[in-house]
Design a protein around this ligand. Structure first.
Ligand code: NAD
Length: 485
């Protein structure tokens, strides 16, 4: 049986206690690997290695050399593209066709983009007069924050982990990563890349394990200088509490309940196409995905019929089938959670336009964690599936009359991560975008990303922004130096 190990101080290793947990293929429920479970000894060793590396070869490396090494990491991910693709799709069940275009290329790009940002980052300087007629010069410099704990989720495992590790390392920090327990493989594989390209030992460390055990130990460790976390809002609350010990900085990318607003003057074909993507891509397991669709009344019936037609065509199937649009959900636990929401929607009186259950799959896929793409209408805005994040391939569609109604309903949520607006009226698009309480607004599109832009959520969707120089601000300490001339 294949093993997935920790990667600590440049070496792969099992846990000291010899404990492992199971990792399953979501498409078939078959066991694919045994994963080392990290406890105190592994966390302590990894954090100590990361701390030592700050003053060792890694910490003394010149910026140009570090940036060149980050480029090498990206190049090596691309050289081993097929290994990463296979591992990511086996862990998550997502189709190769998605991971080939999004997860793996972005996994590499995250190292290049932040290396470039770091290289071109400008410090500030101010010259001013002093009361005694002389001059002072203030200038700023940025220093790495230290040892960063990176805690990442399972929906885009390599992409979301490198989105943090890339900038953290480009800034000269060292990292201890704890990936999700259900998608451990590509984080360890990245350890092979680090070794191959010559990243000094201790700069990149991975401790595998469960959130309640390994994650807890990592966030509580006093030598962790800052924590960057992506995952559920309620886990984010626990992590924020852990950060209060020692007053450590935290970046939180959390859940969402993202609205799409479809105006009657939209390009119908484009709105249906993009909303199909935003609701069902990656089996609805995208933090930026749409779960609430608001459609202006004159086109409501037509839009619902077209969305149903489009979603009905989505082909479910196994990762390596290139014709497949949707894989299973990531785990049995998650399948049960989403199915519970499907039941609640039924009980609360939803009109089920499409899906609502588990599809019939053939052969060895019959035991996998499959779920039907689902569309509901007819629920009030207070209904559970309109309020809570499901994180599955589903949406509720509600009609609206006026622009003000749409804005009010879109904002009536504790979350504020992303939203989409479909209209051909540019004035209206700008007006509505400015009034929506979300960190990201897409107009006539979805998931179009320029990695230099600010990424993050308002309200319960998170704290802080990542992307471009925003990431560098989190992963560095800013120091002001004042000289009297
Ligand atoms: P999760 O919160 O259950 O787990 C995320 C990570 O935290 C995992 O590695 C887990 O092991 C760890 N963890 C769990 N409990 C912990 C604890 N007490 N201490 C330390 N670590 C702990 O989230 P998930 O189910 O993996 O991911 C889905 C969620 O992530 C959804 O809510 C989704 O919206 C959100 N998400 C947000 C973004 C974003 O950018 N805002 C991106 C992707 C996913």
């Amino acid at each position: 049986m294949k093993k997935v190990q920790h990667y600590i101080n440049g070496k792969f290793m099992d846990s000291q206690c010899g404990e492992f947990f199971d990792n399953f293929n979501p498409a078939t429920a078959e066991l694919i690997s045994k994963v080392a479970l990290g406890r105190e000894p592994e966390i302590n060793t990894a954090v100590a290695a990361a701390k030592a590396a700050l003053t060792g070869e890694w910490g003394q490396m010149k910026l140009n050399d570090r940036v060149a090494l980050m480029y090498e990491v990206a190049n090596e991910i691309n050289r081993r593209f097929d290994d990463f693709l296979e591992a990511e799709c086996l862990d998550t069940g997502k189709p190769y066709s998605i991971a080939r275009h999004i997860d793996i290329p972005r996994g590499g790009a995250n190292f290049k983009v932040f290396a470039d940002t770091m290289k071109s980052y400008a410090d500030e300087a101010y010259r001013s007069d002093t009361p005694d007629g002389r001059t002072m010069l203030n200038y700023s410099m940025r220093k790495p924050k230290g040892v960063i704990a990176v805690i990442s989720p399972w929906n885009l495992p390599l992409l979301l982990m490198t989105w943090k590790v890339g900038p953290a390392m480009a800034c000269g920090n060292t990292v201890v990563v704890k990936p999700s327990q259900v998608t451990p493989t590509t984080t360890s594989l990245l350890g092979e890349v680090m070794t191959k390209v010559g990243v000094p030992a201790g700069a990149y460390n991975v401790v595998q394990g469960k959130g309640s055990i390994t994650g807890n130990l990592l966030t509580a460790h006093p030598d962790i200088d800052a924590i960057t976390f992506t995952g559920e809002t309620k886990t984010g609350e626990m992590i924020m509490k852990a950060c209060s010990l020692g007053v450590r900085d935290v970046s939180l990318e959390l859940g969402g309940k993202n609205p799409a607003i479809i105006f009657a003057d939209c390009d119908m074909q484009k709105a249906v196409h993009e909303t199909t993507r935003s609701c069902f891509a990656n089996s609805g397991q995208v933090c930026l995905g749409t779960e609430r669709v608001y459609v202006q009344r004159p086109i409501f019936d037509e839009f619902v019929a077209k969305l149903k037609e489009s979603a009905s065509k989505l082909k479910l199937g196994v990762q390596h089938d290139e014709t497949v649009d949707m894989g299973p959900l990531v785990s049995k636990t998650h399948q049960e959670k989403v199915l519970e929401y499907y039941e609640i929607a039924k009980k609360e009186g939803a009109n089920i336009v499409l899906g609502g259950g588990v599809p019939k799959m053939e052969g060895n896929l019959a035991n996998g964690f499959w779920i039907e793409p689902t569309i509901w209408t007819g629920l009030p805005e207070t209904a559970t599936v309109v309020k809570e994040e499901v994180f599955g391939p589903c949406c509720h569609v509600t009609p609206f009359d006026t622009e003000e109604d749409a804005i009010r309903m879109a904002n009536d949520t504790k979350y504020g991560l992303a939203s989409t607006i479909f209209t051909q009226d540019l004035d209206k698009a700008h007006r509505v975008a400015s009034k929506i309480d979300s960190g990201i607004v897409w107009i006539n599109s979805w998931f179009l990303r320029d990695l230099r832009t600010a990424f993050g959520g308002m309200k319960a969707s998170g704290i802080g922004r990542e992307g471009g120089h925003h990431s560098l601000e989190f992963y560095t300490e800013l120091k002001n130096i004042c000289i009297k001339m």
